[in-house]
Write a protein that binds this ligand. Structure first.
Ligand SMILES: Cc1cc2nc3c(=O)[nH]c(=O)nc-3n(C[C@H](O)[C@H](O)[C@H](O)COP(=O)(O)OP(=O)(O)OC[C@H]3O[C@@H](n4cnc5c(N)ncnc54)[C@H](O)[C@@H]3O)c2cc1C
Length: 420
């Protein structure tokens, strides 16, 4: 069995490693000629770390990332509505990581190059796939216009939110759906705050600031600190004001005023943003859930199948869980079409529910709920929104997304996250 993977992002590379672990041969075709370390921070919650452990890359992640041990969800006035230990500190048997997306991609590329030498082909943009009697023929184009043809038993589209493989099956779909929210993200070397392992999430969906350390800095006491801020510009559902890309540079003047609404005692966020050499602007987008990902010998995964808002920090994690389930189905089922349907049946209902839940903030909805009931600082949180209701939002999401402590311990995080 040989599989073509389209896209060398987090999902495609994880799939290559997972297939290799199951003894299934694969080749990866990636559009860009050079893998630049683009992007900023992302979070790997324990369900994804568990898969990374199975793939043997946890020690490498420890070299480049930060183990997160505490999370605070707060109102924009700086009042805690939820705080809890995370990762090992919360009793999981694997850590929760904050990482630079480019460093995570590098760790995965290094493992692919070591275990699957020659399998990663850059400068190969997917154009077309045809199913034959006993396989698939895919066509890719290099930047110079020349064509590459590749044959295999199966093809997996892991080519992100602007997926060309998805477009092949859903040509009428159009642009991603805009949340109406603008998002700015950047990172800067910054003095360690709190224990150096804390994720701070302040404000509801319509005005939010998030920051956390994601790598060591150039000297002791300094960490590479990721930040993101969100503000509502329109109602959800329209076309984005610009294409969601990872290289649209923003200016300090675009965000300076927005930062004034947040109270974050531990971090001078205006100074943090001002100290950020370069940062980026995105319209926050997702796509409407699909009824079907698998078409005979071709399937979709990761953002190509289910791009989602970053609330809940599950975009990369769900792509990684897809890779595990896909590789297991392809190793145990001799019919590719049946394997892809099995993968889809296991993953699609859950992930589509995560996409829908993220539209109202995912676990961070707990902040929206409190801010809505009490726009001004509160005296008695319990009277505003009792603990049990806050817990239902935050832990209900963990269960849906598959990272409750019990799910990770039982190894069931990838396919059994239903809350009802
Ligand atoms: C450059 C970049 C930077 C990012 N930075 C962040 C970040 O800082 N924080 C965060 O939370 N998320 C970031 N993301 C998104 C995040 O990686 C994904 O949401 C998540 O990891 C799911 O991964 P994925 O593999 O499905 O998609 P992606 O990680 O987006 O990977 C898709 C891959 O497919 C390739 N591709 C696209 N079209 C084609 C084609 N026609 N043929 C072949 N290959 C193609 C892309 O170049 C990319 O390498 C970034 C994505 C990209 C592409």
């Amino acid at each position: 069995m040989k599989v073509i993977i389209v896209g060398a992002g987090i999902g495609g590379l994880s799939t290559a490693l997972a297939l290799h672990r199951q003894g299934v041969d694969c080749e990866i075709y990636e559009k860009v000629p050079t893998l630049l370390q683009q992007g900023v921070g992302l979070m790997l919650l324990p369900h994804a770390s568990k898969v990374m452990e199975e793939l043997g890359v946890l020690p490498a992640l420890d070299e480049v990332g930060v183990r997160i041990e505490h999370t605070y969800f707060r109102t924009r006035h700086g009042q805690n509505v939820w705080d809890e230990p995370r990762g090992l500190a919360a009793g999981y048997d694997v850590p929760q990581f904050a990482l630079h997306r480019g460093y995570l991609q590098r760790v995965l590329v290094d493992a692919v190059e070591e275990r699957l030498p020659g399998a990663l082909h850059l400068d190969a943009a997917f154009e077309n796939v045809e199913e034959t009697a006993d396989g698939v023929v895919a066509q890719f184009r290099r930047a110079d216009g020349s064509i590459i043809k590749a044959n295999a038993d199966a093809l997996i589209g892991a080519d992100g939110i602007h997926s060309a493989v998805r477009h092949h099956f859903y040509p009428e779909e159009g642009t991603p759906r805009w949340s109406g929210l603008m998002l700015w993200r950047g990172s800067a070397e910054w003095p360690t705050f709190l224990d150096g392992r804390t994720y701070l999430n302040t404000g509801g969906m319509d005005a939010k600031f998030v920051c956390y350390p994601m790598a060591s800095g150039s000297k002791p006491g300094i960490q590479l600190t990721n930040w993101a801020t969100v503000v509502r510009r329109a109602e959800p559902g329209g076309p984005p004001p610009a294409r969601e890309e990872w290289d649209r540079q923003a200016r300090l003047a675009d965000v300076q005023e927005l930062l004034k609404v947040f109270t974050i005692p531990e971090v001078d966020i205006e100074a943090l943003v001002a100290a950020t050499p370069m940062f980026w602007e995105f319209p926050m987008c997702d796509r409407d859930p699909l009824p079907r990902w698998s078409f005979g010998r071709v399937t979709l995964m990761g953002d190509a199948a289910h791009s989602m808002y970053p609330f809940g920090a599950n975009g990369a994690a769900q792509a990684i869980l897809d890779s595990k389930v896909l590789s297991e189905w392809l190793s145990k089922e001799s019919s590719v079409a049946k394997a892809f349907k099995g993968y889809e049946n296991e993953r699609l209902p859950i992930v589509n529910e995560i996409v829908a839940t993220n539209r109202s903030g995912g676990p961070e909805h707990v902040i929206n709920a409190v801010e809505k009931l009490s726009p001004e600082p509160f005296n008695d949180l319990e009277a505003i929104l009792p603990f049990a209701e806050r817990k239902a939002i935050v832990h209900g999401y963990a269960k849906l997304a598959g990272f409750s402590n019990e799910q990770v311990a039982a190894g069931s995080s990838s396919g059994s996250g239903k809350t009802h």
